[in-house]
Every structure is written in structure tokens, then in C-alpha cells.
Design a protein around this ligand. Structure first.
Ligand SMILES: Cc1cc2nc3c(=O)[nH]c(=O)nc-3n(C[C@H](O)[C@H](O)[C@H](O)COP(=O)(O)OP(=O)(O)OC[C@H]3O[C@@H](n4cnc5c(N)ncnc54)[C@H](O)[C@@H]3O)c2cc1C
Length: 305
């Protein structure tokens, strides 16, 4: 077989697993479709890491995690399918390459759930913001909208408020769901216009976004806001298309795992935000990655690989 283990996803979970397996001198391939560091590399600050109440710069943490996993082979490639044969897993990538190993750890995380409103698809790359930290500077002195009042939405809105003239924070529910400290920071920021009980119904513009239309949930009254960027953080979905039929998913679409991160398919493990019941934090992703690596080492030993 090509490798002893293949890891799908180079975020905190995949990198932690890679570092553990590298320490055990196993032959490992780590695949990521975008870049190594995962969500962490796209955030200005990571709160509550390495310890509760502490924080660290996202890119700095991502670089340290990549360095710790440096001994494994890393490749940028999108995984599109995983198949299991007796004793062997085959991982197929978008460019047609396929790699084999007895064990696979899937750690492909989450992606923001689309709003499913007119304009959202059309304005991809034309004002739909994917990463506030990467693209925030493009919106200096302009108005933008952030859809979603949870932790992710508020942290991104606070970052955008450093550049933007105004950030409309649109939350369909009657209250924000972010942690109390984040809510307090949002309320204290004069550039944030918090709109509760309003849902986005359309994104419009010319070549680029210039407006978002919102609807008051209680009255149905609609209003157009002038914005030049829209960031959507109204829920997340696990990235599991390539796993359909390969492992059991739970009712949230996450990979169902046992305590040692093992899926229902022999030799396939899941770690981080993608696994069922994950607290969806960096600390839990790292701990999952280490647990999955320990389980893989045991699996390889038991199957005498
Ligand atoms: C806005 C925001 C703010 C946050 N702030 C904090 C915070 O302050 N503190 C905290 O502890 N947590 C925070 N989190 C949560 C934290 O970022 C995640 O819990 C953590 O990154 C999960 O790690 P992961 O490795 O499971 O997934 P990810 O970090 O999402 O990494 C998954 C990787 O898999 C890759 N991938 C996906 N599909 C494929 C495929 N088919 N083939 C190959 N590669 C693939 C992706 O490119 C990505 O690099 C925040 C999250 C968001 C969205």
C-alpha cells in the first residue's frame, strides 16, 4: 500500500493526528483541498486556546501546527471518494490520483450553510465574503452585512468593523446566540448595527453586490440596506460529500464515531468538527486528532502493518 495512514483535511484535527503519527514514524499522507491550517489560518484570533480564557493569533497557531506535522507528506488535493476493500482503504482525489492505506482519518471540518436566497450564488467572488480576515481590507470605509449572530458571525463582524464604515449584523432570531463576552463586545462597538428578528431575503447589485434586502420576521416589512459585502455565518454543515455510502453519518450529517474516533467502517476514523457531538472548538479538534492517531496506531499494530 502507498501509505500506512491517509489524513483528509489539514486543520487542527488533521494536523494534530499527523504530528502524532509522524512522531511514531509512520508513513502518512495529509491531503487538503485548500491550504494547511484549516479554519484557524483564516481567523485573526483564536480564543480559549491553548487554555480557556487565553488567545493566540490564528496564522501563528496554524503555522506552529503545520510545523509540528512537518515530517508527513502533505499534498494539496481535494478528496472526492473513499472506498474500503478488505484491509485496504482507497482515497480518490479530484485530479484522478488514488492513494491506498490500511487506515484513514477524515478531518474535513465544516462549511458555512448557504442562506439559499436569490443573489447568493450569483455574487460569489463579487461581494460574497468567505473570509473576513483574508478579505476584510477590501471593505475599508464601506458598509457590509454579516448574516448570523452566533460566535462565528459576531467574531467575523467585529473583525470587519475594524475596516468597514458600518457592519449590519443580521440575525433572524429575536436574540443573539453568541457567548455573553462576544455579545458584550458587539453591543459596545458603535460600527455594529445589530438587527434582531430580521432575515435576509435577497442580495442584489450590478456587477458586484450593492444591496441586501431584509424582512422583519414579525411584520413581514422589507428594507433594503446598502452594502458592498455580505458574509454568511448562519449555521454550518459538515463536509462529507466524499463520504456518502462509505461511513455512517448521524442525523446532523456528521460522522458517527465511537469513543476512540472510530467510524462504523473498519480502519476509518473521524476527528474534529466533522465528527458527531464535536464541541466545534480548536481544543477539541486537537484532542480528537490525537485520539484518532492513537487508535490508528493500535489498529496498525493489531493488523501487523
Ligand atoms: C468564524 C469562526 C471563528 C472561530 N473562532 C474560534 C475560537 O476563537 N476558538 C476556538 O477554539 N474555535 C473557534 N472556531 C472553531 C474552530 O475554528 C474549529 O473548531 C476548528 O478549526 C476545527 O478544526 P478541524 O480540523 O476539525 O476543521 P477545519 O479547521 O475546518 O479544517 C478542515 C480542513 O479540511 C479541508 N477539506 C475540506 N474538505 C476537503 C476535501 N474534500 N479534501 C481535502 N481537504 C478537505 C479544508 O480545506 C480544511 O483545511 C471558530 C470557527 C469559525 C468559523
Amino acid at each position: 500500500m502507498d501509505y500506512e495512514a491517509i489524513i483528509v483535511g489539514g486543520g487542527p484535527a488533521g494536523l494534530a493526528a499527523a504530528a502524532e503519527l509522524a512522531r511514531a514514524q509512520r508513513r502518512v499522507l495529509l491531503l487538503d483541498c485548500e491550504s494547511f491550517g484549516g479554519q484557524v489560518a483564516k481567523l485573526e484570533w483564536i480564543e480559549d486556546y491553548p487554555r480557556p480564557g487565553e488567545r493566540i493569533e490564528g496564522p501563528k497557531l496554524a503555522a506552529a501546527m503545520v510545523e509540528a506535522a512537518g515530517a508527513v507528506k502533505m499534498e494539496i488535493n481535494e478528496v472526492i471518494e473513499i472506498e474500503s476493500y478488505s484491509g485496504c482503504r482507497s482515497v480518490t482525489c479530484a485530479d484522478g490520483k488514488a492513494y491506498t492505506a490500511p487506515a484513514v482519518i477524515v478531518a474535513s471540518g465544516l462549511r458555512p450553510r448557504p442562506l439559499g436566497i436569490p443573489g447568493e450564488e450569483e455574487y460569489k467572488g463579487k461581494g460574497i465574503i468567505h473570509c473576513a480576515f483574508c478579505d476584510g481590507g477590501l471593505y475599508t470605509n464601506k458598509a457590509v452585512a454579516v448574516c448570523g449572530g452566533g460566535d462565528a458571525g459576531i467574531s467575523e463582524a467585529l473583525y470587519l468593523a475594524k475596516f468597514a464604515a458600518k457592519v449590519h449584523l443580521i440575525e433572524a432570531q429575536a436574540a443573539l446566540s453568541a457567548t455573553p463576552p462576544l455579545q458584550a463586545r458587539a453591543r459596545a462597538n458603535a460600527r455594529l448595527d445589530i438587527r434582531l428578528g430580521q432575515k435576509p431575503v435577497a442580495i442584489t447589485g450590478g456587477d458586484f453586490v450593492t444591496r441586501i434586502e431584509v424582512e422583519e420576521s414579525s411584520t413581514g416589512r422589507r428594507e433594503e440596506l446598502e452594502v458592498y459585502g455580505v458574509l454568511v455565518h448562519a449555521g454550518f454543515d459538515p463536509v462529507t460529500e466524499y463520504l456518502q455510502g462509505a461511513v455512517l453519518l448521524d442525523d446532523q450529517g456528521c460522522v458517527a464515531v465511537s469513543g476512540d474516533m472510530e467510524s462504523d467502517s473498519d480502519g476509518v476514523y473521524a476527528a474534529g468538527d466533522i465528527r458527531g457531538g464535536s464541541p466545534r472548538r480548536v481544543a477539541s479538534a486537537v484532542s480528537d486528532g490525537k485520539a484518532a492517531a492513537a487508535a490508528v496506531l493500535q489498529f496498525l499494530q493489531e493488523s501487523k502493518q
